[in-house]
Design a protein around this ligand. Structure first.
Ligand code: ADP
Ligand code: ZN
Length: 726
């Protein structure tokens, strides 16, 4: 072929930190089109990627050929546009977003690697049996199924010999073990479950959205226990009836067996699940089933957005206010926001559900972008908990203790009625700070600007930022005096100790992410639901959608905690967390009650909370955010620079500060040391960009960073819409 004759070229996006596809020749694969999965040579290795474009052109330079095409349904146009959208929005390389779409590499390669061979019934007439061929035939006759490569190796022949036998029809492919299928869900509601009037009204709005088709976002806003789940199940049923796939997103921690069972009961079929705690085989099965349209309902953590959807027709985002939807490393995307983007690209409805919606979503309702469906009543006469502030200025706890008299009394009454009490404190460990009473020294992480937290169950000091672990010393490392190290403040472990002293003989469960995870956490939650514990002491792990029918008292031990931060959403977060925790109480027939301990009983947030004045609180919060130009009234982006080399870091910050482009309605704050100025021995500096909604924030950032050279010793992270302010 002539050097400059046009060739069939494919541009392949690879899951690497690169923005542009690489070009390959597609000789003999003329049917390749955009979206096809392929393997291509890259340096000395072979990479898996997706054809992004095909063209017929004269190669600008010598090109390698693709190695093979994978037996996988192509990535759809919507998903490819989604990859580009996410990359452009979060200012990350497209290849890194593609990597999110490859959550089950085995599924992509699986078929090929598992292909094994058996002997045909008879050898074709006239075929010559060489000694090499004879070795192969003997091997295959008395071995378990082998791949072609294994046959060649074990028989000691070249791959060509095996290939020859395959071509001659002497070796036949064994049928591939099929993945266990997913049952077809039933859209119709099981008999015996009737919606109440309010639920039916909400469900009919959502069903209509699904029936109309096209993009829409609806906020399903209802108090805990009002039946939001039952209502969005109706929308899911409508999408299933149209032959669509449905994605139900949950914060990772809420993805419990109990919830999956509930979905299975409603739809008479096990849903597929997708989250980080799955075996490669299970991931593979779901990945392929989604790609082939065989998995109709997928209950997933945020990464479910990047599954290879074939026919997605509805996304439900449960607990949409949860900040856990924001990924904080790699591609820092927000699951809820990207669900809305995917709905817009794929032209289907999105439902956001919450008892305490985010201010972002409420403002989108105000702006007329989102529909709003509300549920005000708890189902079946279950009561909303009665809220009561415990003003710690008036009734403080005894020294060295954390439960004030009114809360102690309430817990005792609850236990006497054989009901469960929850003590909520969002602090892991025994005490947040350990201090030497002789010299005042505080035990601090050697690698971070952070105190070491004493975990008494494991008797270690732990840094909650880098995981640094050390034994609890006998003597103060600063002054050497022994026996003077004292805990300051409470963590859940210390609270559990107080509870055990006050209520001896009662069964106490401690729910904290460092003590329990995965299957053990699920078992503990089930045991609590069955009433096997009397007192539950927990961090925010308990706030997430669990259903504890015997729980009637929620004690919030330190309501002020979350307010002491630089996070502009701190007030909202506190409100949401407290409302959710309070909502744990009194979910069944028995009325619930929530006691909120605070030193700031006059704070408008506490007042609104105790009066159940949600509208008042939200109006206040909106006004404050609007005045400060904070989201959703303005835009934020953070630049975090970190390095072990403090000098190089300062030099780069200085350079960046000098290059800030001039732009109207943009304010760049910093550089300043990040609130946690050192993590894992790396110094951290931060810029915060505040812009009005008119500004194209990404364009501003691109212009700013375009010519900046970041030395290898420095890590520069851009966080659009940051949720973490440490
Ligand atoms: P939410 O999602 O708003 O917190 P759920 O959908 O979990 O509320 O409902 C709370 C409880 O009430 C669940 O146990 C649910 O099964 C039950 N429930 C809700 N609606 C109905 C209904 N129409 N009929 C029977 N039980 C219902
Ligand atoms: Zn540390």
């Amino acid at each position: 072929m002539n050097e400059d004759s046009p060739r069939h070229i494919v541009d392949v996006l690879l899951p690497l930190k690169i923005d542009h596809p690489y070009s390959y020749l597609a000789e003999g694969e003329d049917s390749l089109k955009a979206g096809d999965w392929v393997r291509v040579p890259l340096g000395a290795r072979i990479e898996t990627g997706v054809v992004w474009r095909t063209r017929f052109a004269v190669p600008e330079r010598p090109l390698k050929s693709i190695s093979e095409r994978l037996d996988m349904p192509p990535m759809g146009a919507v998903q490819r546009r989604f990859v580009e959208w996410v990359a452009d929005y979060y200012l990350v390389e497209r290849g890194l977003v593609l990597r999110l779409c490859m959550g089950a590499r085995d599924a992509l390669l699986g078929r090929r690697e598992r292909l094994t061979w058996r002997l045909a019934e008879d050898v074709p007439e006239g075929m010559r049996i060489t000694p090499q061929r004879a070795r192969v035939l003997r091997l295959v006759a008395d071995s378990p199924p082998l791949t072609a490569a294994e046959i060649a190796r074990l028989a000691g022949v070249s791959p060509g010999v095996v290939r020859g036998l395959i071509d001659a029809g002497v070796l036949l492919p064994l049928p591939l073990p099929k993945d266990a299928p997913f049952e077809e869900p039933e859209a119709a509601r099981p008999s015996g479950l009737a919606l109440n009037a309010e639920q039916e009204a909400a469900a009919s709005v959502l069903r209509a959205r699904v029936a109309e088709g096209g993009f829409s976002v609806t906020l399903l806003d209802g108090v805990t226990g009002s039946g939001k789940t039952e209502v969005y199940f109706e929308a899911m049923a409508a999408a299933l009836a149209k032959g669509k796939q449905v994605l139900l997103l949950l914060p990772e921690i809420a993805l419990t067996g109990t919830f999956l069972k509930r979905v299975a009961q409603r739809f008479s079929a096990e849903p597929a699940e997708w989250h980080s705690d799955m075996t490669p085989a299970a991931r593979s099965r779901v990945f392929r089933a989604v790609a082939e349209g065989r998995a109709r309902i997928v209950v997933a953590a945020r990464s479910g957005l990047f599954l290879p959807w074939r026919n997605l027709g509805l996304i439900v985002v449960d607990e949409e206010h949860e900040t856990a939807y924001k990924q904080d490393s790699g591609v820092p995307y927000h699951g809820r926001d990207m669900a809305v983007v995917l709905g817009a690209l794929g032209e289907f409805p999105v439902i956001l559900s919450s008892a305490t919606p985010s201010l972002e979503s409420l403002v989108n309702v105000d702006r007329g972008r989102y529909g709003h469906v509300t549920l005000k009543k708890r189902h079946g006469g279950a009561y909303l908990p009665e809220m009561q502030l415990v003003d710690l200025r008036e009734t403080p706890p005894e020294s060295g203790r954390w439960l004030a008299p009114p809360l102690v009394e309430a817990v005792s009454e609850t236990l006497d009625r054989s009901e469960q009490a929850l003590l909520f404190l969002n602090r892991r460990g025994y005490a947040p700070l350990t201090l030497c009473r002789a010299c005042g020294h505080r035990l601090q992480c050697p690698h971070c600007t952070a105190w070491l937290v004493h975990h008494r169950f494991r008797n270690v000091l732990l840094c909650h930022h880098c995981g640094h672990e050390s034994p609890m010393p006998e003597a103060c490392p600063a002054c050497g005096v022994a026996g003077k190290l004292a805990p300051v403040g409470p963590g859940v472990e210390r609270l559990a100790e107080e509870a055990a002293e006050r209520w001896p003989g009662r069964r106490i469960a401690v729910l904290s992410s460092d003590l329990l995870r995965g299957a053990r956490l699920k078992r503990m939650i089930q045991a609590i639901a069955r009433g096997e514990y009397d007192i539950i002491v927990g961090t925010q792990l308990v706030a997430k959608g669990h259903h504890f029918p015997r729980l009637t008292l929620a004690g919030i031990v330190d309501a002020d905690l979350a307010l002491e931060t630089v996070d502009p959403r701190a007030g909202e977060r506190t409100w949401q967390l407290l409302a959710q925790v309070a909502g744990r109480a009194g979910r069944a027939e028995r009325p619930g009650r929530a006691l909120v301990q605070t030193w700031m009983a006059d704070n408008p947030l506490m007042q609104a909370l105790v009066k159940g004045d949600r509208d008042g609180f939200i109006a206040l919060e909106k006004r404050m955010r609007e005045q400060a130009g904070m989201p959703p009234y303005g835009q934020l982006a953070a630049l975090i620079l970190s390095s072990r080399n403090e000098e190089a870091l300062h030099a780069l910050c200085h350079d960046l500060a000098r290059r800030i482009p001039r732009a109207a309605e943009v304010l760049v704050l910093g550089p300043a040391p990040a609130p946690i100025a050192m993590v894992r021995g790396r110094h951290r500096q931060r810029f915060l960009v505040k812009a009005s909604r008119k500004v194209h924030l990404q364009a501003f950032l691109r212009a700013w960073l375009k010519d900046v050279r970041v030395p290898g010793s420095i890590k520069l992270e851009v966080d659009i819409d940051p949720y973490h302010f440490l």
